[in-house]
Design a binder for this molecule. Structure first.
Ligand code: AMP
Ligand code: GLY
Length: 423
């Protein structure tokens, strides 16, 4: 079958790499893709939210399945767009419909869902601009630090954690009245701070059955020791060593089962990945967020550990027969380290020539912000490349990634040398 992947990051290169291994694949397209996907698929210069151009491409290339990488097109209703079009409605879409994508598109919607289905999460209240005084009063009832979340999509920047009550009140006003995050902060969720270590778990569901994919931990801050600004993710490890059987059983029973069941009860159509952001408080898991897609760079460590044919898994999602397949996983640990442009996550330069890609040995170099220009691979974004390796434990895996990183070079290349430091 012909398959189209929407997106252009390391997540999409990893999905392309995995789908490319399937006997069931005929032609693979990626829109818009990067230099990594160009080597194994056909890149098409179309934006992920340009539904009309996506439709034309799907019809022209006889594409039978669309795998949606990022959240934006899902929250904007790409799945519904296909279902509502007579020429497209038979095409399999991996990614939930708009109503369910609100689990990521609205923090308030996600909190209400969790409370309704008894899924452990931080206590919260939500406020709009005309409830500013009530918001201040709620802050007064909480202990610091204070967690303020813009309700809508804010490119990963919409969460503020503040230690000072006056600062928290000022920021609440900036968000609600000053539109600090534009429309995304018309509503703000204020929640109780949870103190613990973070991890994520990924679930693939067809709306009826589900498969729990491995746990992963990503490293979001730019600086070593988890310091400095937040990024999209600087590295990841899977599985998470502290998530032992007892703890993952709790995640399964208290969170995964009620989430999948809750989607069904609420009539929220879901065929795709659920990314559950968790925090381990004491020995108990709490949900901090849902995303309606895979994570990046978590995908670069989770997907390589799946032994199944990914086309077969996705076909089972489309035909609601996921329960008939057994998930097979690689027991080894996978670790990835993200190479980023100097200056990222603030301003950085693009167009730097990347050398050494052909020297990478016993690791997988997944491209993120890269592009081919005049026969050279050059940087084209903040996060440039994720170097993934396997090992018996995360230290062994990381050692291989760092050895290969020594062979890679571009001007002002930066990366964290301490992935896994807290484990
Ligand atoms: P989110 O976009 O919801 O994942 O939040 C971004 C980051 O803020 C998370 O990765 C956590 O590090 C932190 N965070 C969010 N909610 C809480 C909370 N209730 N308690 C502590 N930290 C939180
Ligand atoms: N690495 C975090 C995310 O993909 O949202």
């Amino acid at each position: 079958m012909n398959i189209l992947i929407l997106g252009s990051g390391g997540r999409e290169h990893t999905l392309a790499w995995k789908l490319h291994q399937s006997q069931k694949l005929t032609k693979l397209f990626v829109a818009p893709g990067n230099a990594g996907t160009a080597a194994i698929a056909n890149n098409i210069p179309i934006g992920v939210n340009d539904f009309e151009s996506i439709k034309a491409l799907v019809l022209e290339k006889a594409i039978e399945m669309v795998v949606v990488g990022p959240e934006d097109p899902l929250v904007n209703g790409v799945h519904d767009y296909f279902l509502n079009d007579a020429q497209l409605k038979h095409i399999a879409i991996i990614g939930p419909q708009k109503a369910a994508a609100a689990l990521e598109g609205s923090k308030k919607f996600a909190k209400k869902f969790m409370i309704r289905h008894n899924i452990p999460t931080a206590a919260y209240q939500s406020f709009t601009a005309n409830e500013l005084t009530e918001g201040y009063a709620f802050l007064e009832t909480l202990k610091p630090p204070y967690v303020l979340k813009a309700d809508g999509l804010a490119a990963g920047k919409g969460v503020l954690i503040l230690t000072d009550i006056n600062e928290a009140k000022k920021e609440l006003s900036n968000m609600l009245v000053g539109a600090k995050f534009g429309n995304a902060s018309t509503t703000v969720v204020i929640e109780e701070f949870l103190d613990g270590i973070e991890l994520s778990v990924f679930v693939l569901t067809d709306g009826v059955g589900y498969k729990v994919l491995p746990t992963a931990k990503d490293y979001k801050r730019i600086g070593e020791g988890d310091t400095g600004l937040n990024t999209g993710g600087m590295g990841a490890i899977s599985p998470v060593p502290f998530a032992d059987k007892e703890f993952t059983d709790k995640i399964h029973q208290r969170i995964v089962i009620p989430t999948v069941k809750g989607l069904k009860t609420d009539g929220l159509p879901y065929k795709g990945f659920i990314f559950i952001g968790l925090i381990k408080v004491g020995n108990d898991p709490f949900v901090i967020e849902y995303n309606v897609r895979l994570g990046d760079p978590e995908t670069e460590v989770v997907v390589p550990r799946i032994k199944n044919d990914l086309v077969e898994l996705f076909q089972a999602v489309a035909s609601e027969s996921l329960d008939s397949l057994a998930l097979e996983l690689d027991d080894r640990t996978a670790a990835t380290v993200m190479l980023v442009s100097g200056g990222y996550p603030e301003t950085y330069e693009k167009g730097k020539q990347i050398s050494g890609c052909d020297l990478v040995d016993d690791s997988l170099a997944f491209h993120a912000g890269t592009i081919e220009k005049d026969g050279e691979i050059v940087t084209n974004g903040g996060r440039v490349m994720a170097v993934t390796s396997f090992g018996e434990d995360f230290k062994e895996a990381l050692k291989k990634s760092y050895q290969n990183i020594d062979k890679l070079h571009f001007d002002k290349m930066n990366y964290r040398k301490d992935i896994g430091f807290d484990l």
